[in-house]
Structures are given as C-alpha cells and as structure tokens.
Design a protein around this ligand. Sequence first.
Ligand SMILES: CCC1=C(C)/C(=C/C2=NC(=C\c3[nH]c(/C=C4\NC(=O)[C@H](C)[C@H]4CC)c(C)c3CCC(=O)O)/C(CCC(=O)O)=C2C)NC1=O
Length: 184
Amino acid sequence: MLDAFSRSVVSADSSTAAVSDLQKLRDFVSSGNRRLDAVNAIASNASCIVSDAIAGMICENQSLIQAGGNCYPNRRMAACLRDGEIILRYVTYALLAGDASVLDDRCLNGLKETYAALGVPTSSTVRAVQIMKASSSAHIQDNPSEARAGKRLRKMGTPVVEDRCASLVAEAGSYFDRVIAALS
Ligand SMILES: CCC1=C(C)/C(=C/C2=NC(=C\c3[nH]c(/C=C4\NC(=O)[C@H](C)[C@H]4CC)c(C)c3CCC(=O)O)/C(CCC(=O)O)=C2C)NC1=O
C-alpha cells in the first residue's frame, strides 16, 4: 500500500532519480486539514450514505428484493449493505492517503470475478456506487440537498472555502470512478 509520500519515493527510485515532485507533496501537506475534513465528512455519514445508496438502487430495480433477486433473502441484503460499507471505507482510506493503491489492492483486486462467481449484478452495484459518489460529494462540500435529506439533513459545519474543496471532491470522485471501472 502506498500513500502520496511513498508513491513519490517509489517512482523516483524506479528511474534512479532523486525525489523531485516536492511541490506536489508541499500542496498535499498544506491542504492536509481540508483532506481530513473531507474524510471525516464521508466517514461520519457513512451509514446514511450507504443505506441511502442501496435503498435507491432497490427502488429503481425492485426485482432485487424479490425471489431470485440478489438482495433476497435478508442474508443477501445484509451482504449487499456490508459490501457498500466496505467499498465506501476503502474510498476513504484512498482519500486519506492521497493514493488509490489501498483501494486497488485490498478491495477491487478480484472483486469483479467474485461477483461473477456469486451472481451479484455488477450493474446494480455500479448504480449504488454512483449514488454514494453523489452523496459523498455533497457531504465533502458540506452542502447536502435539503430536498433529498428532509428531516435527516446533517451538516458538518466545517468552514466553507470558496471552491468548496473542488479538488478533493474531484479526487474522491476519481476513487468512486475506479470502483465503477473495476466492475464494468
Ligand atoms: C475487503 C474487500 C472485500 C469485498 C469488497 C468483499 C465482497 C464480497 N461480497 C460477497 C458477497 C455478496 N455481495 C452481495 C452484494 C450485492 N448484491 C446485490 O444485489 C447488490 C447489487 C450488491 C450490493 C450493492 C451479495 C448479495 C453477496 C452474497 C451473495 C451470495 O451469497 O449469494 C462476498 C462473498 C462472501 C460473503 O458472502 O461474505 C465477498 C468476498 N469481501 C471483501 O473482503
């Protein structure tokens, strides 16, 4: 598993060069508190993000919870919710490290094959991941939709910067896209 620092050492070493991309690491450090807030915004709302995404996926395709569907019976429903939590957890690890390797190596490696063997529909999983991506972005921006959240609306109250952490939203989005690409 690599992070932003070990990644730059490994890539320098692979060309027998001195570490050179120090400006990138300097930016990584100076925006570190924003990154921690972004990770916290996802982690503290994880159960809501996951249950909302799986519920949305099922609303759009109710055959999943009927006989023969892959979220039926409850044992499979529980496995699906658990998988949603696992995926979201590894996305937060990658966002914290500033590097996708932990997500690739420990979560995505072989997942498509496992799902194929178990008959888990990857298109539905992709839909759930898309919803988790959308709500995680809203939480990082601390701008969850009042229309969607209703009484459960929860804001982190972090200081809002002008760009609403656009680069961290994009980076987190790229990790969700990686999950989608690995399953597609
Ligand atoms: C560390 C990384 C890691 C991952 C990612 C992981 C996934 C994983 N998901 C599994 C099952 C499963 N995963 C699902 C998931 C779903 N079914 C649906 O219809 C939805 C589309 C979807 C939820 C979004 C289901 C239903 C099962 C049980 C399948 C079965 O036993 O028939 C299994 C088989 C073993 C088990 O049931 O526990 C694994 C290994 N395990 C790991 O250790």
